[in-house]
Design a protein around this ligand. Structure first.
Ligand code: L14
Length: 335
């Protein structure tokens, strides 16, 4: 397998995550033989740069996967549902960034820092979890191993970039218009996002939670392989361009102090502790942007319960929350 090069297809190549796939594949010098960039008809005629060379965007179709070894897909759940079976039939292994297959029994749902061992059980598709779930479990898992987590209450502060290029543009336009005293137009979001907060990400379900919130609940149990963990999530869209932030409160079975949590997380893979509040040092979205780590700070004892910890977790939702996590999985696949 040494020196082997792989034929890689990127589905949704022109999108925010698609572009990030290309940048990370370049940074990591991923061993690529043939690169195929796939998108819908809308992107036809576009060319994208990779390692200094220009690549044409091809229309995604059922016959796009001949000779392809690895598919990195981020073109929306409906496209994954429609096209990934064809990719699997053609012999490719797909790392899927959408919610399409995450909760399927036969599909590993992987965050390498937590459950890399699940990768080898794949049947052609490996699912990349939701962005908010990924950064949460990277921080939770080391604590779970040390003190067994019973319950989690999380509130997210999610940037607009997860929802795509048009949403990024809408926050820009609205901010400019607002400051110029002009009327704000909301097309992409259901309400103004500039200078506002929207407590809805994805659609509402019958239980009063949004799908995004229930993804965090269900995916966390699957990734940590523990259905006994109780979770309650509130997901909020905030006027930030990149990086999601999360206020996380946990209750553990075994007592664990804040110093111990800090020590454990300092050694944990993929985590960087930034926690010196006296010097105004804590994670923030503008500093996490473009970085690979999960940043954790504000680690403190929850004084309202015996075995409680509160903390603040920030990470770049497009990198570790999406493209980077998927490429880490691909790297393990070819190892
Ligand atoms: O489950 O910020 O992959 O709207 C991707 C887009 C989660 C929500 C997913 C967003 C979705 C995210």
């Amino acid at each position: 397998m040494q020196n082997k090069k792989y034929n890689v297809a990127v589905m949704g190549a022109t999108g925010v995550v698609g572009n990030c796939f290309l940048r990370i594949l370049e940074e990591k010098k991923f061993p690529i033989n043939k690169l195929r960039l796939l998108a819908s008809e809308r992107s036809i005629g576009e060319k994208l740069k990779f390692n200094g060379k220009s690549y044409p965007v091809e229309v995604l179709g059922h016959d796009s996967f001949e000779g392809i070894d690895i598919v990195l897909s981020s073109a929306g759940a409906s496209r994954s549902l429609e096209f990934l079976p064809s990719a699997v039939k053609a012999g490719a292994v797909c790392v899927d960034n959408t919610s399409a297959y995450r909760m399927e029994k036969d599909v590993p749902l992987v965050v390498p820092e937590v459950n890399a061992h699940r990768i080898k059980g794949h049947k052609g598709i490996i699912a990349n979890p939701n962005c908010s779930t990924i950064q949460m479990v990277v921080a939770l898992y080391p604590i779970h191993k040390a003190a067994k987590i019973k319950r989690v209450v999380v509130t997210t502060y999610q940037s607009v970039s997860g929802a795509g290029q048009k949403k990024i543009q809408e926050l820009r336009e609205q901010s400019k218009d607002f400051l110029a005293g002009k009327k704000i137009k909301s097309v992409e979001f259901p309400h103004p996002i500039a200078f506002n907060l929207i407590p809805q990400i994805d659609l509402f379900m019958d239980n009063g939670y949004t799908k995004e919130e229930m993804k965090m609940v269900n995916e966390t149990k699957k990734i940590m392989d523990d259905d006994s963990i109780q979770l309650n999530a509130t997901c909020v869209r905030v006027p930030v361009f990149y990086s999601h932030s999360e206020s996380i409160n946990i209750e553990t079975e075994k007592y664990i102090g804040a110093d111990e949590v800090r020590k454990i997380l300092t050694k944990a893979p993929g985590v960087k502790v930034v926690d010196d509040p006296k010097n105004k040092s804590y994670p923030m979205p503008i500093y996490a942007e473009g970085k690979d780590e999960i940043f954790v700070g504000r680690i403190r004892k929850d004084e309202s319960v015996h075995n409680g910890i509160s903390m603040w977790v920030v990470s770049d939702n497009i990198r570790k929350g999406a493209a980077l996590n998927a490429i880490q999985i691909a790297e393990i696949l070819i190892k």
